[in-house]
Design a binder for this molecule. Structure first.
Ligand code: GUN
Length: 293
């Protein structure tokens, strides 16, 4: 058996075309365009590459977009002042602080300083809390992208056994909550596995939908997967560089083995990654509508 590929890159393109129309509509109705600022502290190459991709997407959709690079030794106080400036800037609907931040800065303090109505990453406790009670304003981008992929690939989630490998605040925890809520792309029975889980394979083998965000290259093997399962691989692991310097990426799932067992699987790259950025754009459009309505 060879699994159907769930091509996030193509789904993302489709959604971006929808968003482009929405931006045009907003422009005609309110005379503004969505505004996004991405703040990058320091020169981490992976972060630089992610931020560049976010800026490119914003630019292509016709957003007002600002890339704000700050030195690695910026003080916490100065970073908080910068956030305050963008909180007050009416042209800015979304503020994204690329993580991780340098060690001398308290990440929570910084994330809590963002106006929740501009928190397009949905990392602020206000937005996390609203998600938990099933009344989200913003959905966190990677989990939202995963859910959208499940919906648009026609995967039945209602009553499905969903197993999530990973319990991060960015992916594992929120996707588990989202999959158990009422509504489209949800209504599932959810199990969460993590580093202290006694027998991870016991759980993964039961999954109708297996979502892997473990942060370990090719962690999940083919024989950990139930035949016919849908596999969502959130891993982005750089395993080397091509001769011309491009990053070589592998997921958290051993793809070649998994594709022989699963009924559908997301590739890496070109699966969940492009969806994450697209959901960030969707959140920024939403922010703009809320700010101008
Ligand atoms: N660093 C890694 N993933 C993310 C993300 O989704 N948002 C932000 N802001 N930083 C990240």
């Amino acid at each position: 058996m060879s699994a159907k590929l769930i091509k996030g890159a193509e789904v993302a393109k489709e959604i971006r075309a929808e968003l482009k129309e929405e931006v045009q509509h907003i422009k005609e109705k309110y005379g503004v365009v969505p505004g996004l600022v991405t703040i990058l502290v320091g020169e981490n190459p992976a972060s630089q590459s992610y931020v560049r991709a976010k800026q490119k997407a914003a630019h292509e959709l016709g957003f007002y977009s600002v890339q704000d690079d700050q030195p690695a030794d910026i003080s916490e106080e100065a970073l908080l002042a910068l956030i305050d400036k963008y909180n007050k800037d009416p042209k800015i609907d979304g503020i994204l602080i690329q993580l991780p931040l340098p060690k001398h800065i308290d990440e929570n303090k910084v994330l809590y300083a963002i106006d929740p109505s501009k928190d397009v990453d949905a990392f602020h406790p206000f937005n996390v809390g609203k998600l938990m009670i099933g009344q989200p304003d913003y959905l966190p981008c990677t989990p939202a992208g995963i859910q959208e992929l499940l919906i648009r690939s026609g995967t039945e989630t209602s009553g499905a056994e969903v197993v999530v490998v990973g319990r991060s605040n960015i992916v594992g925890k929120p996707i588990a909550v989202m999959m158990m809520q009422k509504g489209p792309g949800a209504n599932a029975t959810v199990t969460v596995c993590h580093t202290r889980t006694k027998d991870v394979q016991f759980h993964t083998k039961r999954a109708d939908i297996l979502i892997v965000a473990a942060g370990v290259t090719e962690y999940v093997k083919g024989d950990w997967i139930k035949p016919g399962a849908v596999v969502i691989d959130v891993g982005v692991n750089e395993v080397g560089r091509t001769a011309d310097g491009k990053r070589i990426l592998k997921g958290d799932v051993a793809f070649d083995e998994a594709k022989e067992v699963a009924s559908a699987i997301t590739p890496v790259p070109g699966g969940v990654g492009p969806m994450t950025i697209t959901m960030l754009m969707k959140n920024t459009v939403r922010g703009c509508k809320v700010h101008h309505n």
